[in-house]
Design a protein around this ligand. Structure first.
Ligand code: ADP
Ligand code: MG
Length: 283
C-alpha cells in the first residue's frame, strides 16, 4: 500500500534515481533521459531503448573495473608498450613481449623473468605487461622485492602474516621488481621463498632482476633456498633478456649532444625522452 501511495505522490524521476542507485546502475541513471530523447528522434522502440542503455552500462562498468584493477595494482608509474622503443633494445624478444601482453600466460599461471643491467627497460616492460593484464581484467600487484620483504617481515612481527599471504595468493599476477639490488636477511629470504612457493602453479609471477640466475644466491644467502626457488619459478617460465646499454644514459647523452650542437633535433629520432626525472634510481 505504502508503495502505491509513494508511487502516486513522488515524481517518477526521483523514484527511478533511487531504484537505479540501489540496483547499481549509475549509467542508466545518468543517460536514460538523453537516450530516450535520441530514441524518440530515431523512432527506436522500447526494446532498443533498453538495449542502448544496457550497452552503455556494460561498457562503463568494464571501464570502471579496469580502472579499479589499475588502482589496486599500485603501479608507481603508468608505462605502456606504446611508448616502448623495441629498436633500442635488440636483445629483447619483441614478439614474446607482445604475446605476453595478450595475457594468456596468466591464465596458464606461468611466470616471467626479465633480466638485464640497470636502465635497460625491465621496469618499463613489467609495468606495461602489468597494465595489459589489468586491461584483460586480471588482478595485478606491483611491488619491489625490498618493499615486499619489508612488508612481510612487518606482518610477521605483527602476527598478520597469514592475512598478507592470502591477499598475495588472490592476485593473478604478482610483479616483483628489482630483485637483486638489496640482499635479504635469512628471515626475509625465507618469507619471500614462501611467496614463490605458494604461487607455484597457482598464480603468475613476474620478476625483474639485474642479476643472472647464478648470482641469485648472493641475494637469498642460501644455496639450498635459491635452488628450490629457481626450481619453482622457472618451471613454466618466459625469460626476457634485456642486454644492452642503459636507455636512460643513452637518452641523456643524446639530449646533451643535441643541446650542444643545437641542430637536427627531431625527425627520425628513435629514442624519445621519456626518462625525465621521478623514477627510482637504480644503483
Ligand atoms: P630498468 O628497470 O631496467 O633499470 P627502466 O625500465 O626503469 O629500466 O628504464 C629506465 C627509463 O628509461 C624509464 O623511464 C623507461 O621508461 C625508459 N626506457 C627504458 N627502455 C626503454 C625503451 N626501450 N623505450 C622507451 N623507454 C625506455
Ligand atoms: Mg627497474
Amino acid at each position: 500500500m505504502s508503495a502505491a501511495i509513494q508511487n502516486a505522490t513522488v515524481p517518477p524521476q526521483v523514484l527511478l534515481a533511487h531504484y537505479l542507485k540501489a540496483l547499481k546502475l549509475p549509467t542508466f541513471s545518468r543517460e536514460y533521459e538523453k537516450v530516450a530523447f535520441e530514441c524518440a528522434q530515431d523512432q527506436a522502440d522500447y526494446p532498443r531503448y533498453l538495449l542502448r542503455l544496457c550497452e552503455l552500462e556494460r561498457i562503463d562498468r568494464e571501464r570502471r573495473a579496469i580502472e579499479r584493477r589499475i588502482r589496486q595494482a599500485r603501479f608507481p608509474q603508468t608505462k605502456s608498450l606504446d611508448t616502448f622503443e623495441f629498436k633500442a633494445i635488440p636483445s629483447l624478444n619483441k614478439s614474446m613481449v607482445l604475446e605476453l601482453a595478450r595475457g594468456e600466460w596468466i591464465e596458464r599461471r606461468e611466470n616471467c623473468i626479465a633480466l638485464g643491467p640497470a636502465g635497460t627497460g625491465k621496469t618499463h616492460t613489467a609495468l606495461a605487461l602489468g597494465l595489459a593484464a589489468c586491461q584483460k581484467n586480471y588482478s595485478v600487484l606491483f611491488v619491489t622485492a625490498a618493499a615486499l620483504v619489508h612488508e612481510l617481515m612487518e606482518a610477521r612481527d605483527e602476527r598478520r602474516l597469514r592475512v598478507i599471504q592470502r591477499q598475495l595468493d588472490r592476485v593473478d599476477l604478482l610483479i616483483i621488481d628489482e630483485l637483486g639490488y638489496v640482499p635479504f636477511t635469512a628471515v626475509g629470504a625465507e618469507l619471500l621463498f614462501e611467496v614463490f612457493s605458494r604461487r607455484y602453479e597457482q598464480g603468475s609471477t613476474l620478476v625483474t632482476s639485474n642479476l643472472p640466475f647464478d648470482e641469485w644466491t648472493s641475494v637469498f644467502g642460501s644455496e639450498r633456498l635459491t635452488g628450490a626457488l629457481l626450481d619453482r619459478l622457472t618451471h613454466h617460465v618466459h625469460i626476457l633478456e634485456l642486454n644492452g646499454d642503459s636507455y636512460r644514459l643513452a637518452s641523456s647523452r643524446k639530449a646533451a649532444k643535441s643541446g650542444r650542437s643545437n641542430s637536427d633535433s627531431a625527425a627520425g629520432d628513435t629514442i624519445n625522452s621519456d626518462s625525465k626525472g621521478g623514477e627510482t634510481p637504480d644503483s
